[in-house]
Unconditional design. Sequence first.
Length: 423
Amino acid sequence: MNFVRRAGMSLRARKSRTAALLGIFVVICCLLLGGFVLEAAAARQAAEAQRTIGVDVTIEGKRLTSAVADRLGSRSPVTRYNPLLPLTAVAHGFDPLVPPEPKSRGDRGDGSAGGPLALRGVRDLGMLLPFSYGSTKITSGRGIVPQDVDRAVAVIEERLAASNGLRVGDTVQVGSVDGRHQVSVKVLGVFQDPRPDPSQWTPSNELPGNTLYVPTSVGQRLGGGAAGLDEAVFKIGSPEQAERLHAEAKRLLGTGDFTFRVNDKAYRDQVRPVQRVGAFAGLIVWVIALAGALILGLIVMLQIRERRQELGVLLSMGEKKWKLVLQHVVEAAVVCLPAVAVAALTGHVAGPSVGAALLDRPQPNTVAAGVADAEVAPSTVRVDPTDVGKVAGLGLGICLLSTVVPGLGILRLHPRSILAGSE
C-alpha cells in the first residue's frame, strides 16, 4: 500500500490525536505568523520614522561657507539641510520697532552694534528649532523652502508687520549697514514669535519683532559675499550615517577646524523602540519554531513507540524503512497545511488590532525632541502572502525536523524483535 495512503488512513483512524496535533499546529502557526507580521510592520514603521524624523547634525566652523554647506548637503546621507547666515541690516521705507527706552541719554537705542534689523539667511525655515518645535508659527503666508533659494523674499514677525501695515505680497527694502547694498524683498509670510517685548532697554536688532528671515542668497548680497555662516544643520537618516558626513566635513573643512554635533534624541525616542519591537518579534519567531519542533518531536516519538507493532508488521511485509519515516512526515504535513490556513484567517481578522496595540506607542514630548512636526503614525499591520508563505515553509520545516529526527529510530528496528516482544 502506498505510504501516502496509509498516512491518510492513520489520520482518520486516530481522530482525537489528529485533532490534538492540529490544535498544536494552529497555535504554532498563529504565533509564527504574528511574529512575521509584527516584524514586517515594525520594519515599515521604523523606515517611515527614519524618513520623517531623521537625525540632525550641526556643523560650525570658521571655514564653513554657503558653498561648503551646499556641497555637504548634496551628499547621499543628507536628506535636508539648512545653513544659517546671521547679519544685521537697515530698513528703507518702513520703520523698525524701537526699544522702550534708551540705554543712556546719548544712545538712541537703534542697535549700535549693527543695523536695527536682525536678518537670518536660511534655506529651509522649517528646520529651525523654534519652527520645528512649534513654538514659533507661521500665521500668514508660508515659510522659506529650498525652492526659494534664488528669490528675493522675506518672512517677517507679526509685530513688525502690524506696526507698518505690511501683509503677505507687499514689498519692502532692506540695506546693508554700510549702505553699499540694498535689496527689495517680497513678504512671503508672517510668523509669530512667542517671546514678549523686553521691559528694559535692548538693542533694536535683538528685539523679537525686528527679526526677518530671508533666503541665504539675499543675506549674501547684503553682506557683500563676506558674511560667514553661523552654522549649518543637516538631516540624515540614522546615527550610523553621521560618520560618513563627518568624514566629508573633515575633508572640506580640515581636521580640528570645526565642531560636529549629532542630535539623535528624536530618533532614539521614536525609532529605536520600534526597532526593538521588530527585533523582539524576530527572536520570538525562532524561539517558537524551536519550541514547536521540540514539542512535535516528542509527540512523534511517543507515537512511534505506541505504533511499534504496526511498524513491525509493515517491516515484515517488506516495507522500506525510509517509507515508514516518510509516512510520519506526510501525516504531520497534512495536519500542518490546514493549520497555516487557519492561522492566515485568524491573522487577517485579529492581526491589525493586536499589532496596533503593540506598535501604537505614545508619542514622546516632541518639544524636547525638537521635531513637533515629525510624529509618525503607526504602520498598518497586515497579513501579506509572503508572511503566509514564510509560515508555511517554516511549518513544513518543523514537520520535517520533528518527524525525521525521532524517525531515525525506525531505521534501527527489526521486525522479528518487535513481533517477538509483542507476543
